[in-house]
Design a protein around this ligand. Sequence first.
Ligand code: GLA
Length: 382
Amino acid sequence: MPSSPGAPNPEGLASAAQARVFEALPEAQGVFFAPGRVNLMGDHIDYLGGVVLPMSLTEGTVLAAVPKARRGEGGLEVWALDASEKAVLSLADLERPLGDWRRRLVAVLTALGLTPEAVPFRIAISGTLAGGGLSSSASFALVLARWLREEGLGEAFESWRLASILQTVERDHAGVACGLMDPLAIDLGTVDGPLRLDCEQGSATPVALGFSEAVFALVHCGVGRRLEDGAYNRVRTALAAALAEEGFPADRLPPPAAPVRAAPLRHVQSEQARVWAGCEALAAGDAAAFGALMDASHRSLAEDYGVSLPELDRLTALARGLPGVYGARLTGAGFGGWAQLLVDRAAWPELQKTLAAEGFPQSFLASPGGAPRALPLGGAHG
Ligand code: GLA
């Protein structure tokens, strides 16, 4: 049965956000979707050329667009629904404070060789990744960049080039000196599972989710985070200083067997080893082994790298004590946000209830969401 115009796409990707953009722009013919990502293992090593294991998500950011009828109606008009703000953008938005959504949006446009005036559309954007740790920021940039490519506007960069451009945008316009992982995890995402992303070699290898009964779940710790407050940059600076002090290059992982003294170096070195062990556990379908690596990763991120919070520690410790949980860790940058659990599929409904009763009501199962793409209204399954 064809869907009625204005109905959210039945594929259900970020469906709450789809409903919001259609309500804002009922005349839109479809939406463009970019997933978020969860990093299953390997945090705070992408900016050292490490190998990481992110997976794109079915939750993400959606954009609906309607062309302006006539030129002269002004350039790009954006309804940022999650910020409850509407604006006609211009290059002057680049002067706004670091992290302002209008500044970041115009920065993405200019990085693609465009100005807001060269994009005569009305667009509405909304996402389902709020709370920290699922890469709402890269998802926002990619929904825009890949929708523009679909419209034939701006430079059509391949994924690694675009990731490095977006990394610069994030540093210069959000003030976060992040690595390459997030835009790549999203732009190269598959619907089958995570990617083994080698940030030094520039390669991405799809990895199958080999578990039969175990699934990844995401649970919010109750405290959101803003990387713009500088915590992320501070740990990076401290790491670079520790690397230099022990005679290693400041932007590379210390070799796997090299003796290291400082705690941050212990983290990055052991975290890289856990990624390789995690790939083996995934291939073997060994949920207990992967779960144990997650517990060790959390301990290392908390104790050696200092990026956890009491709420993330409480949530992950609580989860580890519950039946049907193989492991628990913070995911992404840390400092609040979402935690990642590996759980028995059959136990999840009960676990979800227990976690909610303990003060963690926001949770969902993580499914691989593929890469950014257009979703026609109604979709093939309509
Ligand atoms: C953020 C950054 C990434 C990465 C993670 C931690 O998501 O954007 O580049 O460093 O934190 O693994």
